[in-house]
Ligand binder design. Structure first.
Ligand code: PEP
Length: 250
């Protein structure tokens, strides 16, 4: 049985006080369950929030990014080793906002995944097509190359620690969600690609999350899809009631 996972990507939102308040509210309201809940706040709040989520069963902490470099004179960078040292267990790699606004290439992502895995972080590797690519009808090819160009650099024993998040760019922060049919079709395709890069057995163990305007209203239908193992949630993760409702949507 694959794990059910809900991860909240807070992006660049909240002050420290607001972040602590939000996480306390989430912890007090959430229904106990086996669902893996990952809180992904901005870097400066990680250590304080680790003191909160580190104590609660099934809650974990993640970071929104890590450096492709191990250490040294790289002003402004945050290494995977540093993230591990403040209690992170997960890290987003290749979020479309980082690919688009910070020019992250597939080569960078290979290095970031290597750093994360070397420091016991479980990467959540994000892939997804743009609106033009969807409308042009070549979205499967886009996903295939995003996967092949990065994942083929890893062995099966490395890959089993990686979670995949399918996030169609046209659905992120837009209020446009993939239909259950679009989500299931792409998740099934991604699982087939994992099988062809690694093996069918590994594909069946891989958690594939959906992200893109997933909210308390649509999560239940999306999570009911056979190949959707949970969600990577942006906007709706900033509201405790919505985030808790999403974690209870399986
Ligand atoms: C995201 O940025 O990962 C995301 C899914 O955002 P939203 O839920 O706001 O579309």
């Amino acid at each position: 049985m694959r794990k059910k996972i809900v991860a909240g990507n807070w992006k660049m939102n909240n002050t420290l006080d607001e972040a602590v308040y939000l996480v306390e509210e989430i912890i007090s309201k959430v229904k106990q369950s086996e669902v893996v809940k990952i809180i992904i706040p901005p870097f400066p709040f990680l250590e304080s929030l680790n003191r909160k989520v580190g104590e609660v069963v099934s809650f974990h902490l993640g970071a929104q990014n890590c450096s492709s470099l191990p250490h040294g004179a790289y002003t402004g960078e945050v290494s995977a080793k540093m993230l591990h040292s403040v209690g992170c267990q997960y890290v987003l790699v290749g979020h479309s906002e980082r690919r688009a606004y910070f020019n992250e290439t597939n080569e960078d992502l290979v290095l970031k995944l290597r750093e994360a895995l070397a420091h016991q972080l479980k990467p959540i590797f994000c892939i997804g097509e743009s609106l033009d690519q969807r409308e042009g009808g070549f979205y499967f090819e886009v996903i295939k190359s995003q996967m092949a160009e990065v994942l083929s650099h890893f062995s099966a024993s490395e890959f089993i620690n990686i979670i995949i998040a399918y996030e169609p760019i046209w659905a992120i922060g837009t209020g446009l969600t993939a239909t259950t049919q679009q989500a299931q079709e792409m998740h099934q395709y991604i699982r087939t690609e994992v099988a062809s890069i690694f093996s069918e057995e590994i594909a069946q163990q891989t958690s594939i999350l959906y992200g893109g305007s997933c909210n308390a209203k649509n999560a239940h239908d999306l999570f009911a899809c056979k190949d959707v193992d949970g969600g990577l949630i942006g906007g709706a993760s900033l509201n405790a009631d919505d985030f808790c409702a999403i974690t209870a949507s399986f």
